[in-house]
Design a protein around this ligand. Sequence first.
Ligand SMILES: [Zn+2]
Length: 216
Amino acid sequence: MPGLRTMTLPSKCLNCDVELSIPIVCGGCHTLYPIPQTANYFDLLGLPQQFDLDGEKLSDTYRAIARNIHPDRFAGQATEMDLLATKLSAQVNEAWRVLKDPVRRAEYLLELANGPSAADCREVPGDLLARVMMLREDLEEARDQSDEQTLTSLRCSIQDERDHAFDNIAKRANDLSLANDTEKKAFRQLLNSIKYFDSLLADFASDPLSQGNPQQ
Ligand SMILES: [Zn+2]
């Protein structure tokens, strides 16, 4: 089962004897402790593999590692160290980008649970496609009529639906490693639905109406 991997870091730095309080690098002398190839993003940042994360701990750990493995610290040292620092730095940055974003974090947990990727399964829940098409038509009509009130209420209702889909994701994301194929597929559908809602919401953000339509 994923998530129960234990890290094989020594408790103290082999070089300077300082206690190793963050993964990957000694905060005292900056000796690097590369982690195994099999390590995932949670391992990289020394966090439990779960959806509910302590956001503050995530940021603190990321910043501490990033500061200590910054490639500038290793510039001019043996090329091997320099390259390793650059590689680890890129991995930690990518782990941070994925884990700090709740939707990407949920998507990553599905990947770790061997669930379907967005390319494997493009389906969305129930009648979402028809609903999205309808919302787009309403949006265009409200724009044509410069109907600010309808636009505002449409945006609110799309945001509500997005929030609802996200709540469902958050409820299920911690149990993915125990989920069956049907449940994983349903989870993928929810993730796909978020993309549709975000695309609709982005349409509102680019709405020229609020500044007056320049074409009319
Ligand atoms: Zn050290």
